[in-house]
Design a protein around this ligand. Structure first.
Ligand code: ATP
Length: 244
């Protein structure tokens, strides 16, 4: 894969928190329209990678090219405006507002004339949200709340969505709903990067995977080539926990 074909291209990225090295020599290409799973044990640097790419923590060295432009020194709001949306851990919704109000707030970033259509399209892609449009978001199930979070991200017409542990703490059925929602996004040709604890489910969803260990890339390749022994070596029990 060449860098020029990648929508997002991270090269030799290094991130430090004070004296602590969180990422070093991390190089990853994410082709347009593809899905990448970022895997690794706790503290491996997965969230740091997402934060650095989104401009939320500074890079000590290296480059991040998004759509051919180096964004490594750009402020987060400009990166977001450019179409790279980071969904941090947690739900990122307003629980006391209705589903529709949540979508309306997200659509506020779009020109006024485009908002209504963007919300309608979002609800078309996620029909359960249309059926619950008047319900307070906090009353939705955990999986539906993540669906709302993804729908909010989608209606601003992103090029890339980076989703950090969307399925954290969810029951198995809700995890399935999250992956169904991600599949729907993928069908819209949105490029997706997921950070996931459900390793096998993530590999089934993603085209490619990168395994981080102690701030470095331990392995990367096609998801179908992620061999159990490689996963087990870096992830231990987590590599086999969700084989169903
Ligand atoms: P988890 O699965 O637990 O979220 P992770 O793979 O996302 O882990 P990071 O959160 O990126 O890992 O953390 C990478 C390293 O950086 C860890 O050693 C962590 O303790 C450290 N770290 C993360 N955030 C900070 C911070 N704000 N200040 C100092 N050190 C941090």
């Amino acid at each position: 894969m060449t860098t020029s074909s990648a929508l997002l291209s991270v090269k030799d990225l290094r991130v430090t928190y004070g004296p602590a090295l969180a990422l070093q020599n991390v190089s990853i290409d994410v082709p347009n329209g593809s899905a990448l799973a970022v895997l690794g044990p706790n503290g491996a640097g997965k969230s740091t990678l997402a934060r650095a790419v989104s401009g939320l923590v500074p890079a000590a060295a290296g480059t991040v090219a998004f759509d051919g432009v180096d964004i490594v020194k750009r402020p987060p709001h400009r990166i977001r405006q450019g179409g790279l949306v980071y969904l941090p851990e947690g739900r990122g919704i307003f629980p006391t507002l209705s589903v529709l109000e949540n979508l309306r707030l997200a659509s506020g970033l779009l020109p006024r004339s485009a908002r209504r259509e963007a919300i309608a399209r979002g609800m078309e892609i996620f029909p359960p949200l249309a059926a619950r449009r008047g319900m307070k978001a906090g009353m939705l199930s955990g999986g539906e709340q993540q669906m709302l979070s993804l729908c909010r991200a989608l209606i601003v017409e992103p090029k890339v969505i980076i989703a950090d542990e969307l399925s954290l703490g969810l029951a198995p059925r809700a995890v399935e709903l999250v992956f169904e929602s991600l599949d729907r996004l993928k069908q819209q040709d949105v490029t997706i990067v997921i950070i996931e604890q459900f390793v096998h489910r993530a590999l089934k969803f993603a085209d490619r995977a990168v395994l981080l260990s102690r701030g470095q890339v331990a392995w990367q390749g096609a998801s179908v080539e992620a061999k159990n022994e490689v996963l087990a070596r870096y992830l231990g029990d987590a590599a086999t926990a969700d084989v169903a």
